[in-house]
Design a protein around this ligand. Structure first.
Ligand code: WQD
Length: 333
């Protein structure tokens, strides 16, 4: 299939492009490199030995998006492009609503104009909000605690309503849990921009000596060791989840949500210990106050993705830790 991957130079997008190319699909990457870099394109080509067409541009520019669709007869869209920093979204809500929702509306309008009926959307477990009890399943009530989360939830609703109105669209709404890890080549991974908000990029910066000490945000949660529990999924498993969604897209009538997680929760200290063991490195950390907006426990009910997409994660926590470090240490060689 000829697939448009918006945000294809990003962390999850790049790993998904590798998977698509290795499965024989034609990939066109549309990216403005706001949170990624052009060198990722040649790294994808080096890993796969396949060429990738790049269109640099901003999904918020309607004319650019229209020309992109006019010049290519896409069969499916995998839509990653968007802003994703929770804290930044609280400080700049209009920027987030304008970019994530405005940009997505341009993609949807182009799909309608050029008769593209298949889309896979990068959603997030953050839409489960603060009031559900893990394991989270796709029928649970949704909410958000920050503008970033609201953009994901609103886009899910926009796509659901549009698919219903169109009648013959097929849309997979993939709710990621906590993606970590990197491709085994060490050529692509989660490139740290500034001080990382997320746990694994922060740990790898401490391991690299770029940051002094990890702050563990709270050890008084109702979990096995008091620190926050999350469902960490290897980014390569996540990429395979996108392939599975693509392979089953015709069986999805309208829009349908799917959790992409392992179904297993690990605490912050579990991750620190696993990283230390996997890489024979000591990570300095100290217990710090809870981070506002954090919940105690979050992990996936994986049944629907398994039953309907045939998706099941395969990679271990050890691999997630080793591959994360393998990528970052190569950055500083
Ligand atoms: C994981 C755990 C923290 C950093 C976020 C977004 C979500 C998705 C994934 C985009 C928590 C603890 C973290 C640190 C710590 N992003 N932690 N010290 O918050 O589960 O999810 O990223 O889709 O939308 O909300 O991920 O990696 O920030 O935190 O103790 O320096 O690690 O308290 O328990 P989170 P995270």
């Amino acid at each position: 299939m000829k697939v448009l991957v918006t945000g294809g130079a990003g962390f999850i997008g790049s790993h998904t492009c590798v998977e698509l190319l290795e499965n024989g699909h034609e990939v066109i990457i549309f990216d403005n490199f706001y949170n990624s870099s052009p060198d990722v394109i040649e790294r994808i080509e080096k890993i796969t030995g396949k060429s990738v067409k790049l269109v640099e541009g901003d999904m918020c520019d309607a004319e650019t998006v229209d020309k992109l669709f006019k010049d290519n007869e896409f069969e499916c869209i995998i839509h990653f492009a968007g802003l994703k920093a929770v804290g930044e979204s609280v400080a700049k809500p209009v920027f987030y609503y304008d970019t994530n929702i405005g940009g997505t509306l341009n993609i949807i309008k182009a799909m309608q104009k050029y008769d593209v009926k298949k889309l896979v959307f990068s959603s997030s477990a953050t839409v489960y909000g603060m009031n559900n009890v893990a394991p989270y399943n796709e029928t649970m009530p949704t909410s958000a605690t920050n503008p970033y989360g609201w953009t994901k939830l609103m886009i899910e609703q926009i796509l659901t309503d549009t698919a219903k109105a169109q009648g013959d669209w097929h849309i997979a709404l993939l709710r990621y849990f906590n993606p970590i890890g990197a491709h085994s080549s060490g050529l692509i991974g989660e490139k740290p921009n500034g001080i990382p908000n997320n746990l694994m990029p922060y740990i790898t910066q401490v391991a690299a000596g770029k940051l002094e000490c990890l702050n563990v945000f709270g050890d008084d949660y109702d979990t096995h060791d008091g620190t926050g529990v999350r469902d960490y999924i290897h980014v390569c498993d996540l990429a395979i989840g996108h392939m599975k969604a693509l392979n089953h897209i015709d069986e999805i009538d309208g829009a349908r949500q799917f959790n992409l997680g392992t179904g297993v929760g690990y605490s912050v200290l579990d991750i620190v210990k696993a990283f230390e063991k996997a890489n024979d490195i000591t990570i300095n950390y100290k217990i710090a106050p809870r981070r506002p907006g954090d919940i105690a426990t979050c992990f996936a009910d994986t049944k629907r993705a398994y039953d309907e997409l045939g998706f099941k994660t395969e990679r271990s926590l050890e691999d997630m830790c080793q591959s994360s470090w393998n990528f970052v240490k190569n950055l500083y060689k």
